[in-house]
Design a protein around this ligand. Structure first.
Ligand SMILES: [Cu+2]
Length: 342
């Protein structure tokens, strides 16, 4: 009799335990539904259950093709920008490889590395294209952890902390073009990393309203710890994003997302930059033309297969920006991602 009652207590406890850990049917379903992961442009949006691994690949691209003074659009010639050389267009491409592993249901570890390709075309004083620059190489690498501090049947929340390691170069040189520029550092936005160890704390929330709808939000900051070897410091940044998603069928979801970003500008001058030659020379080499705020809108699709492979796409456009000084603003951006959990 005693044995029986002990056994039944143990059984009911372990049942209660497993339904707590898995969160019952509604959350184990939430793990496999297409909208269980946020739109692909959001990083560190989800945690894993104990023992799970996830490999991910992302490609992000951004086109910047309009100069702003504050929030006003201006033309790229010297009369409007005040500089002899102004950027005409910039594209930034980034490939990212990520690995996640959950030692416990609460804690998920994250490692992410990146490879970047930047292109910039420049205008001369008259606003005519006069020069092209390219930079390519490894970007920064981040290592961190996500800790889920809240979980219910239909919602969860976690805090995250990542350290960004300075694996991206900060002193890429101009190879050809304007004689005054050759051999000097390419301007700030063309560089591949921050050159410092940075901290990226964040908090993320997900709510699965019903079988069709979900929404979530993430607040994240990037805090720089000092000046890099090339004599300057990147600005700190705060990013707030909120999304809503709708499941369609069992393997697709569609999402809408708003992203607000506030960031401060570069401090200091590139030790081998064009600004040290002539402050009037090159717009993107002047640190006063950096920092600002902008709000972007994204539309996305997530697909999840029965065996754990996810494919997701997101396309976005900036619809409000207020930039410090004179700067190229964001036009549109796209994120493509593959994720495989096992
Ligand atoms: Cu994952």
């Amino acid at each position: 009799m005693k044995t029986y009652s002990k056994l039944s207590i143990v059984t009911s406890l372990s049942l209660a335990g497993s339904s707590f850990l898995l969160g019952g049917d509604s959350v184990s379903e939430a793990v496999t539904r297409a909208d269980a992961h946020a739109p692909i442009g959001v990083m560190g949006d989800h945690t894993h259950l104990a023992g799970e691994w996830m490999l991910s690949y992302r490609h992000m691209t951004m086109l910047m093709d309009q100069i702003y003074r504050g929030s006003d659009e201006v033309d790229g010639n010297m009369a409007e920008t005040g500089y002899m050389v102004s950027p005409r267009e910039m594209t930034m491409d980034m490939d990212m490889l990520g690995l996640m592993y959950a030692p416990t249901d609460r804690l998920t570890m994250l490692l992410m590395t990146s490879y970047k390709k930047n292109k910039m075309t420049m205008n001369n004083m008259a606003g005519v294209e006069s020069m092209r620059m390219r930079s390519e190489g490894m970007g920064d690498t981040s290592v961190g952890g996500l800790y889920q501090f809240f979980r219910s049947d239909d919602a969860n929340a976690h805090v995250s902390l990542a350290v960004s390691l300075p694996t991206g170069e900060t002193g890429k040189k101009v190879i050809s073009g304007m004689p005054a520029a050759v051999g000097r550092d390419q301007p700030f936005p063309m560089q591949l990393g921050s050159g410092t160890f940075d901290f990226i704390p964040g908090v993320t929330f997900n709510h699965f309203v019903n079988e069709h709808w979900s929404w979530g939000g993430q607040l994240k900051a990037t805090l720089r710890t000092g000046e890099n070897d090339d004599g300057y410091r990147l600005g700190d940044a705060v990013n707030l994003t909120v999304w809503g998603a709708r499941n369609v069928g069992s393997s697709f979801s569609f999402s809408g997302r708003l992203n607000a970003k506030f960031w401060s500008g570069y401090e200091g001058f590139q030790s081998n930059g064009l600004f040290s030659v002539n402050g009037m020379m090159s717009l993107p080499a002047d640190p006063s033309n950096s920092g600002g705020a902008r709000v972007d809108g994204y539309f996305g699709v997530n697909y999840v297969s029965d065996y754990g492979l996810r494919v997701a796409l997101e396309v976005g456009k900036s619809f409000w920006q207020d930039l410090d000084g004179v700067q190229l603003g964001m036009g549109w951006s796209g994120n493509l991602g593959l994720q495989y959990a096992f």
